[in-house]
Design a protein around this ligand. Structure first.
Ligand SMILES: Nc1ncnc2c1ncn2[C@@H]1O[C@H](COP(=O)(O)OP(=O)(O)OP(=O)(O)O)[C@@H](O)[C@H]1O
Length: 304
């Protein structure tokens, strides 16, 4: 089994509103899958359906190769999760909270509790009741709780919310370690590409309840190539010079003043010289590259 999560036409309606629509997603074993989409896209609802907290209106879910039935609970022991704002026993310490969680999950392992607190760097606050924790500390504790039962699959809903830059870096490293050293599969949602682009192996783009694209980060990086952008008042003549005089085929128009050249083997100097010598008025010429943001915005705007 290479896929840990597989959904088939997964759908959820609340009254007349379809908030998740026919989602077919595949999360492979041992990968970090970034679930990217704006607020309200349906990410949390899908995670809740994977956990059996919300019942789907239609479609199927397979977890660890088994079809999920409404009464299935066995798989829950293999999943750690952090969905929305984590809730704790406020009067208890971090450690006591994790110990209680372990008992409830049927996985009581003192060493795993210590290790989880260490991994999120919540050491030295053992006696403090959780009510004295900052938002960022609670977020770290939520992640510690999710990993304290040594799960095979982690579902983390906006796990970086509320963390400072140091905390964000710590979590990124932790997610990679969990994947590389423990072999954990991670599904991490975010509405910000910058939060997940550095760790995700695959990105699922979701918008309006639909999974618009599932794409590997390798493919994304290969698609965010460099290009040279030319601004001119005579695109027709510029195009003629590019093809007939300079032998460039790979370019496209953007409106009636801009041309993007994707054959970047030619130097910018040679390109401008060629255009000017052939009487093409150049207002600007720049070497640029598509940012990842542009790539994903393009997917969201362009739909399928
Ligand atoms: N219990 C509910 N009853 C009715 N509508 C709901 C319920 N839960 C969620 N929704 C709606 O479903 C849609 C998807 O919400 P969801 O929380 O899954 O989005 P999200 O992508 O996780 O966004 P966010 O990052 O804001 O949490 C939203 O329009 C939300 O208002």
């Amino acid at each position: 089994m290479t896929e840990i999560i597989r959904t088939n036409l997964l759908t959820k309606n609340y009254g007349a509103a379809e908030v998740v629509s026919g989602v077919n997603m595949k999360v492979r074993r041992g990968e970090i899958y970034g679930f990217l989409g704006p607020n309200g896209a349906g990410k949390s609802t899908i995670m809740k359906m994977l956990l059996g907290l919300v019942q789907p209106t239609g479609g199927e879910i397979e977890l660890f190769g088994d079809k999920l039935l409404p009464a299935s609970t066995e798989h829950l022991k293999r999943i750690g999760h952090l969905i929305e704002t984590p809730i704790f026993y406020e009067k208890l310490s971090a450690k006591q909270n994790l110990e209680l969680h372990g008992e409830y999950m049927g996985y009581y392992n003192k060493q795993a509790v210590e290790e989880a607190l260490e991994l999120v760097q919540l050491i030295g606050v053992h006696s403090k009741p959780v009510k004295q924790f900052s938002l960022g500390m609670k977020q770290r504790l939520g992640i510690a709780r999710a990993i304290s039962t040594r799960p095979d699959l982690l579902l983390l809903d906006e796990p970086i919310n509320g963390l400072d830059p140091e905390g964000i870096q710590l979590m990124r490293n932790l997610f990679r370690r969990l994947r590389d050293e423990w072999g954990v599969t991670l599904l991490i949602s975010s509405h910000l590409l910058s939060e997940i682009e550095q760790v995700a192996d695959t990105i699922g783009v979701i918008n309006g309840g639909r999974l618009i694209r599932e794409v590997s980060m390798d493919t994304v990086h290969a698609s965010t190539n460099e290009y040279i952008e030319i601004v001119t008042s005579n695109v027709t003549n510029a195009a003629y010079v590019l093809t007939d005089k300079l032998g460039i085929q790979n370019f496209k128009y953007l409106g009636d003043r801009i041309i993007r050249v994707y054959d970047t083997d030619i130097s910018q100097e040679k390109l401008s010289k060629g255009l000017v010598l052939n009487d093409v008025p150049i207002e600007a010429i720049n070497r640029r590259h598509h940012t990842l943001e542009e790539y994903f915005l393009g997917i969201i705007r362009g739909g399928e």
